[in-house]
Design a protein around this ligand. Structure first.
Ligand SMILES: CC(=O)N1C(=O)N[C@@H]2[C@H](CCCCC(=O)O)SC[C@@H]21
Length: 122
């Protein structure tokens, strides 16, 4: 039985932390993201998370969420799946797209970065 509800506190290998609040009956959730790294010129601040996970079959569900950064004009979307090992330890395997604000349409081509990321519970 590898159920996984995303509510709680998580940390990734960069040292970024996120807290996911209650997951409702539709699988929707909100939360807070504190990144450990940023390309922005301003000090890093906590930023809101909004997303949803599958809860129909809570077995190792997939999910997605958006972080609208409060200290830069960029946005990141994360998509991934929660894996549960034989000891009940949960791991979030994710990929993300970070969209920075391009100065013009000509600069659109290199305004999106992609990465992979693993979160574990703190
Ligand atoms: C999970 C992961 O890899 N990342 C993480 O935890 N923080 C960085 C980026 C933070 C962007 C901050 C806003 C900005 O610089 O414009 S989102 C993907 C990456």
């Amino acid at each position: 039985e590898k159920k996984c509800i995303l509510s709680g506190a998580w940390q990734n290998e960069l040292g970024s932390n996120m807290t996911i609040f209650a997951v409702n009956k539709a699988g929707q959730f909100s939360g807070l993201y504190l990144t450990a790294v940023s390309a922005a010129k301003k000090p890093i601040l906590v930023s809101p998370i909004n997303g949803s996970q599958h809860i129909d079959s809570l077995e190792q569900p997939t999910f997605g969420f958006t972080v609208k950064w409060t200290f830069s004009d960029s946005t990141t979307v994360f998509v991934g799946q929660c894996f549960v090992d034989d000891h009940g330890e949960e791991t979030l395997q994710t990929m993300w797209l970070l969209r920075e604000k391009a100065k013009s349409a000509e600069n659109n081509w290199n305004a999106t970065m992609v990465g992979t990321n693993i979160f574990t519970r703190i």
